[in-house]
Structure formats: C-alpha cells, structure tokens
Write a new protein. Sequence first.
Length: 215
Amino acid sequence: MTSSENPAPEPQPDPGQPKYAERSYRSAAGVAGGVIMLAITLWLGIDAIVRGTGNTPWLALALMLLIVPLVFAFTLRPVVRAGDDRLLVRNPFRTVTASWGAVEGLRSGYSTELFVEGKKYQLWAVPVSMRARKRAARARTRAAAGDPGATPGSRPGADATRAWSDRVVDELRELAERHGGGEGVRSEVTVRWAYEVIAPAVAGAVVMIVLLAIG
C-alpha cells in the first residue's frame, strides 16, 4: 500500500508589490577613458614585444600585465546595481553586496558613499563632479528667476538642476526607503576582494622588478 502527500505550495509573490527592473549606474566618461587607455597600452605593448630587442619584449609584457588589470579595475570594472532586494557596489578591488535592510545611509559629498554595518564604502562608479554641481546650481538659479531657457536635461527623467551623482544618490535613497523599511527584511552584507584583478597586477609588478634587477 502506497501513500502520497501533496507538496506544500510554494509561496507566490505578493501581487500588490510592484517589481522594478534592476538599475545600473556607471561613469560614461570613465568607461570611455578606460577603453582609450587600454587601446593605447595594448598598441604600445604589442609593438614593443614585436619590435623590441633584449629584455624589452619581456619588460613590455610585464608592464602590460601590470597596467591592463589596473586600468580595467579603475575604469571599466566599477558599477553600482540596485534591484528590489539588494544593492551591489563593484569598486576597483572589492565588491560589496548589501541587502536593503543593511543599508544605513548614502551620502554625496566630495565623493558618493555607502554606509553599511558601521562601515563606509565609496561608490567609484558614481564620481562627484564639482563642475556639474556648479552647472546645476546655475540652472536652479535660472529656474528660480523664471528663465524659459532653464529646461530639464535632454534625457528622459533627467533634471538639469541636479548633478548626476546627486540624482543617483537620491534614487538609491528612495530605493533603500522603499525596500529596506519593512518587517522581516534581511540584513546581509558580503564583501569580496577582486583577486582576478589583484593577482595579475601583482604578478606583473614582480616580473618587472626581477627583470630590472637582472638587467
């Protein structure tokens, strides 16, 4: 005689809670600069490897092994991603993932900063531009004076009276308040070092020092 039990139904998401697409923030200028720097580094490095003599090709290879990961780390790697359940901050050498319940605050001063579990992490992907803030201040002044030329930014949802970094921090604060204040919200933080960036850079530095020492 056999018996079967119906498995308990899996909990379904609350239809009253709207879902939002994950938002990503990164510096367009940083990405463009990183692509240019990588192209120049690879061009010069490969040329030195092909045409160099003596220790030059090996030095060029070691230098590329050192420079390429660092350029990637500081320009292309940084990003901030915000979803319904967590905030991910990917900096040059660390990745911080925090549930919204663990976010204690966000600040935009001379840099953009995240506060979790009493610690502060800089948001490398959202750099602060004093020039952009000055432009935004002038736009607010014109708007207050009734200048018809003081219109919002050309992109949908952009506001010319707020610098981009300040708008990003405002959006992240809104998401933190929306998703982090309810009952039963998890408070979890994980920090992971970017060994895939650190290891080749250190290896390149060591090889270059050895080659210079024996050269």
